[in-house]
Design a protein. Structure first.
Length: 217
C-alpha cells in the first residue's frame, strides 16, 4: 500500500498539466489556425503575396544560366514549366504568422507536384534563393486569366511536416482565395515569369492576400 501511494501523482500537478494541454490546444485552434479577413487589391496587373511572413530573397532566374548543381538544378526543375526566365520571391514564416496560403492572382489551377524530401530547419539560409530546396515541398502551378503561368511553392521545415492544398486541377481561383496550409511555420515561394517587376525587397514583412509582390509590365 505504501509503495502504491508513492506512485500517485498529486492532483495539483495533474491540474497544471491539464491546463497546459488545454492552453496548447487553444493556441493551435484559435491562433495558429486563424484566418483573418484580408483586403485583397482589385488590380489584375499585380501579384499579391501568397503568404504572411518575411521576404527572404528576391532572385532573378533564367533556365539557360541555371547549372545542374545542387541548388540551381532544383530551381531549374521548379521553374521550367513557368517560363524561360523570371523572378523567385521567397517568404519565411514563423509560428506567429498566418499559415494559410492564398492565390496571388485570378486564374486557373493547372496541377500540383509533391516532392518528398528532408525536414531541415527552413529558417537557416543555405543559398541565394532563400529556400531549403532539399526539403519536402508542394509545387502549385497556375495560369492567370491573361495567360501567364506562375507557381506557389509550399516548403516543409523542421516542425512543419504537413503541407496541404485545397485546389483541384482545372479549378478557377480568384485573387486572395485560400489555396493551402502549412502547419507550424516554414517557407513559401512565388515563381513568376519574366514580364513582371518585383515590388518588394529582402527583409520586408508581407501580408497574405494584401501585400503586392510584383507588377506586370
Amino acid at each position: 500500500m505504501g509503495q502504491s501511494n508513492k506512485l500517485r501523482v498529486p492532483k495539483k500537478i495533474l491540474l497544471a498539466l491539464a491546463v497546459v494541454v488545454l492552453g496548447l490546444l487553444a493556441f493551435y485552434r484559435f491562433w495558429f489556425l486563424r484566418l483573418p479577413e484580408r483586403s485583397v487589391p482589385d488590380d489584375p496587373t499585380v501579384f499579391i503575396s501568397p503568404a504572411n511572413g518575411t521576404v527572404a530573397a528576391v532572385v532573378h532566374w533564367a533556365t539557360d544560366s541555371l547549372a545542374w548543381a545542387k541548388d540551381a538544378g532544383v530551381v531549374q526543375v521548379m521553374t521550367g514549366d513557368v517560363a524561360e526566365s523570371g523572378w523567385l520571391i521567397a517568404i519565411e514564416m514563423d509560428v506567429a504568422n498566418v499559415h494559410y496560403q492564398r492565390a496571388p492572382a485570378a486564374g486557373r489551377f493547372l496541377e500540383n507536384k509533391y516532392t518528398h524530401g528532408k525536414f531541415n530547419n527552413a529558417l537557416v539560409r543555405t543559398n541565394r534563393y532563400g529556400l531549403r530546396l532539399e526539403n519536402e515541398r508542394n509545387d502549385l502551378l497556375f495560369e492567370t486569366t491573361s495567360g501567364l503561368r506562375y507557381k506557389v511553392v509550399q516548403v516543409a521545415g523542421l516542425l512543419a511536416r504537413r503541407i496541404e492544398d485545397f485546389v483541384e486541377p482545372g479549378q478557377q481561383v480568384v485573387a486572395g482565395e485560400v489555396i493551402g496550409l502549412i502547419k507550424l511555420g516554414s517557407q513559401v515561394a512565388l515563381i513568376l515569369p519574366k514580364n513582371v517587376v518585383p515590388a518588394v525587397t529582402e527583409g520586408q514583412t508581407v501580408i497574405d492576400g494584401e501585400s503586392i509582390l510584383a507588377r506586370i509590365e
